[in-house]
Design a protein around this ligand. Structure first.
Ligand SMILES: [Zn+2]
Ligand SMILES: [Zn+2]
Length: 212
């Protein structure tokens, strides 16, 4: 039974003093933390200087609202991106794996199910200011790219739509609602009306045979 409709209910991320680009700190030579609060942001200036250059990036962070109807990444659980970035004349390729845990409800019995998304990705980033806009590409803004939309898409595409607690799950009895994985109920299984219609047809065929 579901208690909360939205996965973003309990934990609202309280960002402690999110530094914005416009506010330049007065402190001299503060430790450079370009990704503070934005774990999926990658600086690619050096990478883009040479076509064919590659860089391995492992990033992880919490992305809110990653869920479908019956499954969701648990609030507060990190999503991991393990990617190789490579520079090509039109932008940056990102190839690798995105993984995240998920929890959900079995589509037959409603019991808890859990698993892990492991999505293989191969996407590219192109400059947003490019004259010819590439619809398939994620945006490369200046010398910065954000892996979060790629990670989000990959997880959402890979989450199971209708998970099962087990391939052999017996589900709930349609009459009394008992979980048939736990115990057999005493309900009689009525004949399916669709089959009885088929039986009637078969009977008629036999009759035709007599006619010949
Ligand atoms: Zn089940
Ligand atoms: Zn029953």
């Amino acid at each position: 039974m579901r208690t909360e409709s939205g996965p973003q209910g309990a934990h609202s991320p309280t960002d402690p003093a999110d530094p914005t680009d416009s506010e330049v700190s007065s402190e001299p030579a503060a430790a450079p933390r370009p990704t503070a609060g934005k774990p999926f942001l990658v600086q690619v200036a050096a990478l883009r200087r040479r076509t064919g250059a590659t860089r391995h990036e492992v990033r992880q962070g919490v992305i809110a609202g990653l869920g479908a109807v019956a499954v969701a990444v648990p609030a507060g659980s990190p999503v991991v991106a393990d990617l190789t970035l490579s520079s090509y004349p039109g932008g940056v390729m990102a190839v690798g794996l995105v993984s995240a845990p998920w929890i959900g409800e079995c589509r037959r019995c409603g019991g808890p199910v859990e698993g892990t998304v492991t999505a293989r990705v191969r996407e590219h980033y192109a400059p947003v200011e490019a004259a010819c806009v590439d619809d398939d590409a994620y945006p490369l803004t200046g010398d910065e790219l954000d892996l979060e939309p790629l990670v989000r898409d990959a997880v959402l595409l890979d989450l199971p739509l209708a998970p099962l607690c087990s391939e052999e799950c017996l589900g709930l009895c349609p009459q009394c609602g008992a979980n048939r994985n736990l115990a057999a109920c005493a309900c009689a299984t009525p004949g399916d009306p669709r089959w009885s219609a088929l039986d009637a047809l078969r009977h008629r065929d036999l009759g035709d045979g007599d006619f010949a």
